[in-house]
Write a protein that binds this ligand. Structure first.
Ligand SMILES: [Zn+2]
Length: 308
């Protein structure tokens, strides 16, 4: 049995998994209850301890720990090497070292967006695909690229920052220091920014409320949505031309909007790409939801242990 840990900015999900990716038991532990005064690693170790204590056959059955973590993660050392400053004290967190010392089993750690992409090709929407791109639309834009059946990891395991290529050098300033990064236009943060330019925050407080308004026939919000989809399409078309995938998966809570988001995005992306890239191409919503990170971490763990 493999212990899966998916570390996010607000909570860590901990689960007990078979090698086939069946999650038998799971729990969530908060990691920022006190504004990160308690380091994330401490919260994770405490959570893992408590979780294992409640699993009767845990000791004998623990074969390894598969971690998916937010931030730039060196996937060989299993250490967080960059965080964009969003979580104080998180950079330098040595997940692999700490967990191996404590539990004496093999530990492998991977960035959460890359893990999600890997998880989707293992058991989700891109199952069986050798060439897939996953784009997750949330407060930022994350993603991962599977090429020739392998995750593109780059030199230090931090490749696949799909939110941070510029689509407009005179564009909106990004937290990474560049202007016009894709995530400044394709994230749900960007969607809400555009909505709030023409309506008040009280009436459309979040993405959910936004889609309710569109569905109710609000023409202004529908135009905002149209602009947002155009912006996402520009980036996705670029990614298709770069990687020639069989499938692009859209992740994040908004991907549940099949009629309002996925369908029109699919049409625009297919219309915009060069014809040869469109043959047999699919664009779908991701399937694994919140489990993607943990399942992808498991796949990474299995591959690493096999020496791949
Ligand atoms: Zn950026």
């Amino acid at each position: 049995m493999i212990l899966g840990i998916d570390v996010g900015g607000t909570a860590a999900k901990i689960g007990w998994m078979t090698r086939e990716g069946i999650i038998l038991r799971r729990q969530e532990v908060p990691v920022n209850g006190d504004g990160y005064a308690t380091p994330i690693l401490t919260s994770v170790l405490r959570g893992a301890d408590a979780f294992l204590a409640e699993s009767p056959d845990a000791e004998g059955g623990l074969e390894g720990i598969a971690v998916s973590a937010t931030g730039q993660v060196d996937d060989q050392s299993g250490t967080v090497i960059g965080t964009n400053g969003a979580i104080p004290g998180y950079e330098g967190t040595a997940f692999r070292q700490a967990l191996e010392e404590k539990y004496a089993v093999p530990v492998h750690v991977l960035n959460d967006a890359n893990a999600a992409a890997l998880g989707e090709t293992f058991l989700g929407g891109a199952r069986g695909c050798r060439d897939a791109v996953m784009v997750t639309l949330g407060t930022g834009v994350g993603g991962g690229v599977i090429s020739g059946g392998k995750l593109i990891r780059g030199r230090r395991g931090i490749a696949g920052e799909l939110g941070h290529f510029s689509i407009d050098r005179h564009g909106v300033l990004c937290s990474c220091g560049q202007r016009g990064c894709f995530e400044r236009y394709a994230s749900t943060t960007a969607l809400m920014r555009m909505a709030w330019e023409i309506t008040d925050r009280e009436s459309v407080p979040d993405g959910r409320a936004f889609f309710v308004r569109v569905r109710a026939g609000d023409a202004e919000m529908a135009r905002v949505l149209e602009r947002w989809i155009e912006q996402i399409a520009v980036g996705v078309i670029g990614l298709v031309h770069l990687f020639n995938p069989e499938i692009v998966l859209i992740g994040g809570g908004v991907s549940r909007q099949e009629e309002l988001l996925i369908k029109p995005l699919r049409e625009q992306v297919i219309r915009g790409m060069m014809p040869r890239f469109a043959e047999g191409f699919r664009l779908e919503a991701a399937k694994l939801g919140n489990d993607a990170g943990m399942i992808g971490a498991l796949k990474f763990w299995l591959d690493q242990e096999k020496g791949q």
